[in-house]
Design a protein around this ligand. Sequence first.
Ligand code: NAD
Length: 329
Amino acid sequence: MAKKALVLGAGGFIGHHMVRRLKKEGFWVRGVDLKYPEFSEVEADEFVIGDLRDPHLVEKVIDQKFDEIYQFAADMGGAGYVFTGDNDAAIMHNSALINLNVLETCRKTGNKRIFFSSSACIYPKYNQEDPDNPNCAEDSAYPAMPDSEYGWEKLFSERLYLAYHRNYGMEVRIARYHNIFGPEGSWNDGREKAPAALCRKVAVAKLKGLDYIEIWGDGKQTRTFLYIDECLEGTVRLMRSDWTGPVNIGSEEMVTINQLAEMIMEIAGVKLKIKHVPGPQGVRGRKSDNRLIFRKLGWKPSMPLRKGLEITYRWIEEQVRKAIKEGEL
Ligand code: NAD
């Protein structure tokens, strides 16, 4: 009998890639989301369109024992969605409801093992003001001071999962993802993150013959970006380990946003001017600290940023080409 997995948020970027990975491993997979994956066919054996804020829907989709449950569903997006403040209430309300419903139903149905995707956005702002020396060690999360309501909701939900672990013996697994990127993610819907947004801007400039791109802020803020395949690898390793977390899953290769843009231009084979314009930016510096994951799992991400960007840029340039042809860009 094939092992069974449930992927919540299976229509989204990471969820869809996870379904694909689990199918390759021979799992029977049920996916759930508000929407189908946008850029390629469903690969799950069953795909339920439904709203996980609704407890009845959650009871319908968690109606049996699964070997692995991955909870990726959240109201989320890049800086343009999370840091403007306009979506704060929706982000907190929607994502908290999903996690409350899912955990309670897992408890009632005896589904003990569940993975929760938390975020580097839980780390306190005061440790991320120096772009050269951000502190994102797991134990630096408290005293808490995330710089967005998205981060506060993730922190609340981490605590909720940990409380279910302590009080009901649930085998929760918690990762704090740091900027995951790759093909088939948001690139032009207002929820895209820096790598996809910059790939799009460079591709548009290249294909339309412009000589500049715009970057929000001074571009001197630092980040690390992790390619999707390594995110999945870390996630399944954590899921199948005997350790709860929370743990960072991210890269240690830190670049400024300006350097990221330059790297993408090199990949695209163009040299463009950078215009700095006002826009939401987030903290000044953020970098995954991988000491704990390596100590606990004997593994940490190692793929160079450039390699993942090459694959992602090619995919986004293709999307931009199609959109221009269809008059959408
Ligand atoms: P995504 O937005 O592509 O996927 C989330 C999916 O959840 C979407 O398909 C969305 O439709 C679905 N969803 C939202 N509300 C729902 C609801 N009420 N019912 C059913 N489905 C619902 O995001 P992603 O990049 O794939 O991220 C997956 C998870 O990882 C999220 O929890 C996110 O917060 C976390 N995370 C991602 C990153 C990253 O860089 N991508 C970083 C840190 C944490």
